[in-house]
Design a protein around this ligand. Structure first.
Ligand code: ADP
Ligand code: ZN
Length: 601
């Protein structure tokens, strides 16, 4: 069917089913590609509106769309959200009873289901192939398509089976979606899915509502974290930590300080994990402290911050993880805390990896890239764009490097020499804490027993705090003046010797030694001038409805919709439909109650 037959209907459905006035960039192109039966690869940052791009065409076509997605929780969320908009969506997974499963299959045969969500394992069973061969399929959707690439950062073995799609269903178009893809991964997606002359749509990488900050971590970073959280009370966010152990320690620390925080990692029993996930999505827990096991595809639109407590493995991971903030388009803060020690630790993991040399070199290169990003002094949005082959002028004020371009530097050669000299005189085998104790003249038993209180460097560094010495050691590790042995002992390198002998100076950004450095805070630019009290009242009603129906609040209406409602105070159905995010179905289902409330005020 020629695509212009759909033109008017497309806009009508956009308004009536989704409640949006206009397409976002590239959405219409994606919809058109699918409607005209072409294969498609769409790369759009998180929050760009991929879901609508593959959901809208289904509503204009006969038959069923099969959506493949890597995580059950994610599918469950999407299905719920579609149902809330009055659409006929189901998923088949191990989560259902066999009666529920048979009922869904019956409705599939009766052509009563528009969206069928499946995991890749499920798709690849004989039973499923048998069912799918008997119904009319209009197209396949592969969500999180980067999972098919072994060179990507979230490879899923199950996704490999998708390479057989085109063989089994040669006449069904395939539409693949992902938020991030380097050229290598993009190539893998097209090849592994055997996409045929696919339409390629690549969106802008720039997420202008994300305020990016990266800071050298001071010790465990707890003070920096709580300083930041103090400025973000009542907001929802994710704190990413490196290991399960640190996840638990940070969560416990925050709970002790009175924050509604919970831990999440793959080592927890799945029932407990699901309940934490549920509480976060329903705003009962504000802060999730998690390993990267948490968050893929999470659909919660009002995540206001993401904090990384250490360096992520790759820039792709980083971009995807920060992408979970601010999906509603409102201002969100993302903060990266890192130290030279993170790189050293990650390198160890790469070394232990049993991949071949080429693969290890690939991982090390990725690590070097994110390390450069973290300690860089140029626009961070621009660097991200460049990494994903996109062009961007400097952001101006959406990252720390643009906000504070002129860093005041301080010469710390003398302090560095004190430290390096202590390393040298104690035999290049002691760790940070011990060395700092010597410099600060500690009466620690071990120091006295070793006779290190007799060294000329003993006590020469007492003017600096322990924290400041940690920063100086970090700086020495960054410039590779020090190496670390397998027992965490520090050793001098060539560069270290040069600094020690006074042949090379060492500089540091002054602010790093003011160790109570605050993270940058900018007041969030609001798109609407809305009445905060009214917004709270509307939120209250939303909470009631969500509780009553057992769905997450954002499924009822997003924060953005409520703010717009609080600004415009619609007094009739027609006015209500002008608010972004409210279509006919949502109006019938939820909007009416809000209208009654607004009329009564
Ligand atoms: P992605 O899957 O790309 O991460 P989503 O599909 O979840 O993004 O969309 C992110 C948000 O943008 C959702 O809250 C959605 O309702 C909203 N959205 C999508 N398309 C439009 C549009 N055309 N106009 C306004 N809002 C939109
Ligand atoms: Zn910038």
């Amino acid at each position: 069917m020629p695509q212009n037959d759909y033109t008017e209907e497309k806009y009508r459905v956009l308004q009536s089913q989704f409640g949006h006035k206009a397409f976002r960039p590239l959405q219409e192109e994606a919809v058109d590609a699918i409607l005209s039966g072409r294969d498609l690869l769409m790369i759009l940052p998180t929050g760009g509106g991929k879901s609508l791009s593959f959901q809208l065409p289904t509503l204009l076509m006969d038959g069923t769309t099969v959506v493949i997605s890597p995580l059950l929780a994610l599918m469950h969320d999407q299905v719920q959200s579609l149902k809330a908009q009055g659409m006929r969506a189901e998923m088949l997974s191990s989560m259902q009873s066999s009666e529920e499963g048979s009922d869904i299959v019956r409705r599939l045969y009766a052509n009563e289901i528009d969206f069928l969500y499946l995991s890749p394992e499920r798709l690849n069973t004989d039973g499923m192939r048998n069912i799918l061969s008997q119904i009319k399929l209009n197209y396949f959707v592969i969500d999180e398509a980067h999972c098919i690439s072994e060179w990507g950062h979230e490879f899923r073995g199950d996704y490999r089976a998708l390479s057989q799609l085109k063989e089994t269903y040669p006449n069904v178009p395939v539409a693949a979606f992902t938020a991030t893809a380097t050229e290598h991964v993009r190539h893998d997606i097209v090849r592994n899915l055997r996409l045929n002359d696919a339409t390629l749509l690549q969106g802008k990488i720039f997420r202008e509502n994300l305020q990016i900050t990266a800071r050298h971590r001071i010790k465990d970073g707890y003070d920096q974290l709580t300083d930041f959280l103090n400025d973000h009370k009542e907001e929802s966010g994710i704190v990413y930590a490196f290991s399960r152990k640190s996840v638990e320690a940070i969560a416990a620390h925050l709970q002790k300080k009175g924050y509604a925080a919970a831990a999440y990692h793959a080592g927890m029993p799945s029932a407990q994990r699901n309940s934490v996930f549920h509480d976060f999505v329903h705003d009962e827990v504000k802060i999730i402290v998690a390993t990267i096991a948490f968050g893929m595809g999470i659909d919660k639109s009002n995540i206001r911050f993401v904090v990384h407590m250490s360096l992520p493995k790759t820039l792709e991971n980083y971009y995807q993880e920060i992408g979970r903030a601010g999906r509603d388009g409102d201002h969100a803060d993302v903060v990266l805390l890192f130290s030279a020690g993170d790189t050293i630790q990650q390198k160890r993991f790469v070394e232990m990896n049993d991949g071949d040399l080429q693969y290890k070199a690939h991982l090390l290169e990725k690590l070097a890239t994110i390390q450069r990003f973290a300690s860089s002094e140029t626009c961070r949005h621009q660097q991200l764009a460049a990494y994903f082959n996109d062009d961007l002028e400097v952001c101006g004020d959406k990252c720390d490097n643009c906000l504070e371009p002129d860093h005041d530097k301080r010469d710390i050669s003398t302090e560095a020499q004190m430290l390096l000299s202590t390393v040298y005189r104690t035999g290049q085998s002691f760790g940070k804490n011990y060395l700092i104790d010597i410099l600060r003249g500690s009466r620690e038993q071990k120091i006295l027993a070793n006779g290190h209180d007799a060294l000329s460097v003993y006590g020469v560094g007492e003017k600096l705090s322990k924290k400041q010495w940690f920063v100086i050691i970090d700086r020495l590790l960054e410039v590779e003046a020090l190496n670390v042995n397998e027992h965490q002992g520090l050793m001098l390198s060539e560069t270290g010797l040069k600094i020690l002998k006074g042949h090379e100076p060492l500089l540091i950004r002054s602010e790093r030694l003011n160790v109570k450095a605050k993270t940058v805070k900018k007041s969030a630019p609001e798109s609407f001038d809305y009445d905060v009290e009214l917004f709270d009242t509307l939120r209250g009603l939303r909470h009631e409805i969500a509780q009553e129906q057992g769905v997450p609040a954002y499924i009822v209406f997003g924060d953005k919709t409520l703010k717009e409602m609080a600004a415009k105070r619609p007094q009739s159905k027609d006015e209500m439909l002008l608010v972004g995010g409210i279509g006919e179905v949502k109006f019938e289902r939820y909007g009416e109650k809000f209208l009654t409330l607004l009329q009564s005020l």
